[in-house]
Design a protein around this ligand. Structure first.
Ligand code: SF4
Length: 672
C-alpha cells in the first residue's frame, strides 16, 4: 500500500530535511544558473519588441527591481533582428543583464535570435507543430517519423546555440501541448514531461547540454505534478538540467500572487527550482519583488530544527488524492476544507463586526445572509460573542474559557494536549485539540484513534514548518488515524504581499497533496504597511508606505479562500486565467481584465481566460470555460471552451457578447 522512499526520492532530496535539489550549472551570459548558485529571479518585457526605446527602458526598470535575466518576445524575424539594437542600447548604458528571446512557432526567428542573445526559450508544443486540436492515431512507425521531422526542424537551432554559446530553455506549457503529444499521452503531466524530453534527447544526441527546463500550467496542481515527474524522469535518464519555475496565466493582484505562490512555493519547499518567474497581469517590474519574497525564504532554511525522517510515504506525489478522514459536523470526509476566522484578538461588539468575513445581519428580518467566502468556524479564544452566532458558523473557545460558558452547547472547546489527555469535562459535540509533531506519542495516538469527536488543529514552530506538518500527516496515516485535521500557521511582522505569499506556500503545499480539512491563520501583530510603487522621478520601484484600510481579519479570510481556490480544493469565486501580456498583446490586459472581472466576479466556479493574442492565446487557455482573445487591433474573438463562437467582434461590444454567451449556457446569475 505504501510507496517506498526510493520512489519519491527521485523528485526531491528529502521530505523532511531541506536541501536544494542539485542540477548542473548552465551559464547564461555572465550569470550562471543551477548547481550551487542562488535561485535566480527573472521576468519578461511586455513592450513591442520593435520599440527599442520602450523595451530598453522597461528592461532597466526590471533589472532595478531585481531581475537577473530578462526575456523578450521575438514573434518574427524582424523582432529577432531588433534584439541586437536592444542589446547594444542596454550594454551602452552599462546594463549587462543576460537577455532571453521568447519563441513560439518561428524557428527562423529563433535561429536569428540565438546568434544575438544569451538564451532562447522554445515551446516544444509549437516549435515544429501547428495546433489543430486533432486527435491522431499513431503507429510506432508514424510516431517515429514525426520525431524525425521534429529533429530536422530543431537541429539547426541546436547547432547555432552550440556555436554561439547560447543557452536554451525548453519550456512546456500545459495549455499548448502539440496534437501529437495530446494524442499519445493526453492532457497530462506525463504528456508535458515527454513534450520537453523529446527535444532534450535531440540536444543530447547533438552533444548540447546548456539546457533549462520548465513545466508551466495555470493549474498549480498540474504544474507541481509535472515538475516532480520531470525530475523522476530526468533521474531515470541520467539528466540533471536546471529548472525554471512558473505558474502561467496566474492573473494579477492578490489572486495572481496566491496562485503563483501555491505552485512555485510548493516546489521551492522541497528544494526544487533554480530560477523563478512570477507571471502577473501587471507591469513586469512588479513581478520581481514577488519572486524575491518567494525565493528568499529558503536562504537559511537548512538551519531548521530536525524532523524525524519518513521511511515510506503513504501518498502519491504525482496524482491528487485527499487523505481519508471521517466527517464531523461538516468537517473532514468529502467536505471541502473549512476556513477558520480568528477573532481572538478583536472584541466583537455587534453583528456588523462579522460583515468583514461575509456574514451580514438584517435587523428588520432578524436574519443573517452570508456570501460565498464566509468562514465556517469562528475562533473567539477567551472572548464572548454578545449575540447568537449565525447559522452555519461554529464558535470555538479556549477550553478554560469554554468551561465558564453558561450554554456550553453554543460553542466548542479547543484543548491543549495536556488538557485533552487529562480532561474530565468533554462535550459530546466537537472537541478541537491543538497539537504539534511532539504530541504524537503513544498515549495521545491511542486516545485519539477512537475519539469520534476529536478534530486536530495542527501547529508548528519549525522553520521548515510545511515539511514538519507533512510529517505529522504521514504519521497519522501510518497509525490509521482518520480524524480531520485543520492546518494552523502563525505569522508575525509581514507586509501585505508576504501575507499573501507565505501562507499560500505553506498551506498550498499540503493541500495539493490532499492534506488538510481546514485552514487557520493566526496573525499576531498589525500588518506592515508597505508595498512597491514606482518613484515618479526615476520610475524605479521602491517600497512605500501604504494605508491598509481593511481589517486584518477581512484580509486573512479573503487570502484563505484564495489559497483554497488556487489549490483547486474549494471553489468560491470566478476563476480568471489572464496571460501576463508581452510584445504581441493586442489590448491593455490590466484594464480589460478589471473590466471583465467587474461584470463577472459573482459567477462562482466559472473559468474565464483573457488572452492578449490569437497566436498563442487559444493554445494557452488550458481548461477555461470561456475565452476572450485579442484577434486584431480593436478586435476580439470569443471562445466557448476551445471553440470559436464570435469572431473578430469590435472590442467595445465584446464584454456584452461574452455575457450573452454565458447566459446562453445558463451559467449566468444576476449579481446580488
Ligand atoms: S497569449 Fe499573451 S503572453 Fe502569450 S503570446 Fe499572446 S499576448 Fe503574449
Amino acid at each position: 500500500m505504501f510507496d517506498t522512499i526510493n520512489n519519491y526520492k527521485k523528485y526531491c532530496n528529502s521530505l523532511t530535511k531541506y536541501s536544494r535539489y542539485k542540477t548542473r550549472e548552465v551559464l547564461i551570459g555572465d550569470i550562471p544558473l543551477g548547481g550551487d548558485n542562488p535561485i535566480r529571479i527573472q521576468s519578461m518585457t511586455t513592450t513591442d519588441t520593435m520599440d527599442t526605446k520602450a523595451t530598453v527602458e522597461q528592461t532597466i526598470r526590471m533589472v532595478e527591481a531585481g531581475c537577473e535575466y530578462v526575456r523578450i518576445t521575438a514573434p518574427s524575424k524582424l523582432e529577432a533582428q531588433n534584439l541586437e539594437n536592444i542589446k547594444n542600447e542596454l550594454r551602452g548604458k552599462g546594463y549587462k543583464v543576460p537577455l532571453i528571446a521568447d519563441i513560439h512557432f518561428t524557428p527562423n526567428a529563433a535561429e536569428i535570435a540565438a546568434r544575438i542573445v544569451d538564451k532562447v526559450r522554445i515551446n516544444p508544443g509549437n516549435y515544429a507543430d501547428r495546433k489543430k486540436f486533432q486527435t491522431i492515431e499513431y503507429t510506432s512507425e508514424s510516431y517515429e517519423s514525426e520525431l524525425k521531422r521534429i529533429r530536422e526542424k530543431f537541429t539547426p537551432l541546436v547547432k547555432i546555440c552550440k556555436e554561439y554559446g547560447t543557452a536554451m530553455r525548453i519550456g512546456t506549457n500545459h495549455g499548448s501541448l502539440s496534437d501529437r503529444i495530446m494524442s499519445r499521452y493526453g492532457d497530462t503531466p506525463l504528456g508535458m514531461v515527454e513534450s520537453a524530453l523529446e527535444f532534450v534527447r535531440i540536444c543530447e544526441d547533438l552533444k548540447y547540454y546548456d539546457i533549462v527546463l520548465s513545466m508551466k500550467s495555470s493549474n498549480p496542481q498540474v504544474m507541481v505534478q509535472a515538475y516532480r515527474l520531470l525530475i523522476q524522469k530526468m533521474e531515470e535518464e541520467g539528466m540533471n538540467y536546471p529548472l525554471h519555475l512558473g505558474v502561467t496565466e496566474a492573473g494579477g493582484g492578490e489572486d495572481g500572487r496566491i496562485k503563483s505562490a501555491v505552485g512555485i512555493g510548493c516546489l521551492l519547499e522541497d528544494g526544487i527550482g533554480d530560477t523563478v518567474r512570477v507571471s502577473l497581469t501587471e507591469d513586469p517590474e512588479y513581478e520581481a519583488p514577488i519572486a524575491i519574497y518567494l525565493a528568499d525564504r529558503y536562504k537559511n532554511r537548512e538551519k531548521h530544527s530536525s524532523i524525524e525522517p519518513a521511511d515510506e510515504i503513504p501518498f502519491n506525489p504525482f496524482e491528487y488524492q485527499r487523505r481519508h478522514t471521517f466527517e464531523l459536523s461538516g468537517i473532514g470526509g468529502h467536505n471541502v476544507p473549512r476556513v477558520v476566522a480568528d477573532y481572538s484578538k478583536r472584541i466583537i461588539q455587534n453583528p456588523a463586526d462579522l460583515s468583514d468575513i461575509g456574514y451580514f445581519y438584517n435587523e428588520a428580518t432578524d436574519k443573517w445572509n452570508m456570501n460565498d467566502s464566509a468562514p465556517d468556524i469562528l475562533y473567539l479564544g477567551k472572548n464572548d460573542l454578545p449575540f447568537a452566532i449565525p447559522n452555519g458558523l461554529q464558535a470555538l473557545y479556549d477550553y478554560d474559557y469554554w468551561l465558564t460558558l453558561k450554554n456550553k452547547e453554543n460553542g466548542n472547546p479547543l484543548y491543549s494536549i495536556d488538557d485533552y489527555l487529562t480532561v474530565k469535562v468533554a462535550t459530546a459535540g466537537l472537541n478541537f485539540i491543538s497539537i504539534n509533531i511532539h504530541c504524537l506519542k503513544d498515549e495521545f495516538l491511542k486516545k485519539v484513534e477512537h475519539d469520534r469527536t476529536a478534530i486536530l488543529v495542527l501547529e508548528t514552530d519549525n522553520l521548515h514548518g510545511m515539511a514538519e506538518q507533512r510529517r505529522v500527516f504521514i504519521k497519522l496515516i501510518e497509525n490509521k488515524i482518520k480524524n480531520p485535521v485543520i492546518i494552523k500557521r502563525r505569522y508575525d511582522n509581514l507586509n501585505l504581499d508576504q501575507l499573501r505569499l507565505f501562507p499560500a506556500t505553506d498551506f498550498g503545499s499540503l493541500l495539493i497533496d490532499g492534506f488538510g480539512d481546514g485552514v487557520w491563520i493566526d496573525y499576531k501583530n498589525n500588518l506592515i504597511d508597505e508595498e512597491f510603487n514606482p518613484n515618479p522621478e526615476t520610475n524605479v520601484l521602491v517600497k512605500r508606505f501604504v494605508n491598509i484600510k481593511e481589517s486584518t481579519e477581512k484580509i486573512i479570510n479573503r487570502i484563505l479562500f484564495g489559497i483554497l481556490q488556487a489549490a483547486r480544493v474549494r471553489i468560491s469565486k470566478t476563476e480568471y486565467i489572464a496571460c501576463p501580456s508581452c510584445g504581441r498583446t493586442l489590448f491593455d490586459l490590466q484594464i480589460t481584465t478589471n473590466m471583465i472581472r467587474k461584470r463577472t466576479e459573482h459567477l462562482k466556479g466559472v473559468k474565464i481566460a483573457i488572452m492578449g493574442c490569437i497566436v498563442n492565446g487559444p493554445g494557452e487557455m488550458a481548461d477555461a470555460d470561456y475565452g476572450y482573445v485579442g484577434s486584431g487591433v480593436g478586435k476580439i474573438t470569443l471562445y466557448r471552451g476551445k471553440d470559436i463562437v464570435r469572431r473578430n467582434i469590435p472590442s467595445v461590444k465584446a464584454v456584452d457578447s461574452l455575457i450573452d454567451i454565458i447566459k446562453e449556457d445558463n451559467n449566468w446569475a444576476e449579481p446580488n
